[in-house]
Design a protein around this ligand. Structure first.
Ligand SMILES: [Zn+2]
Length: 109
């Protein structure tokens, strides 16, 4: 029933989700870059050297990767936004809320 979907609540939801994603991106950008001396290495669940190398690689890249992923989400949300009139998405022109916004919202909930 796409013509009966609410639009007012999802416009507010869109703004909240965009603020949330931008907050994640800003916190990532301000965070101290990970280094073993500044943040440390949490105790691992495995004694495997390969698993520890994977952990270290994850921590070393997490700040930039989180910031990048949050940036992608923010750009997708800016592209797929409710228009003031017409009840369509400003990006893909499908009925608002469009499938892209609904999926982003579902995945980030
Ligand atoms: Zn859209």
């Amino acid at each position: 029933m796409p013509f009966t979907r609410p639009t007012q609540g999802t416009a507010i939801e869109h703004a909240k989700l965009l603020r949330c994603v931008e907050g994640i991106r800003e916190r990532s950008a301000r965070a101290v870059p990970w280094e073993p001396d500044t943040v440390g290495i949490p105790p691992g669940g495995s004694d495997s050297a390969l698993a520890r190398i994977n952990d270290v690689a994850f921590y070393a890249n997490a700040r930039n990767e989180v910031s990048t992923l949050a940036g992608v989400c923010a750009e997708l949300l800016r592209l797929h936004h409710p228009q003031d009139e017409g009840g369509a998405c400003g990006g893909c022109r499908q009925i608002w809320p469009c499938p892209t916004f609904e999926e982003i919202s579902r995945l980030l909930a």
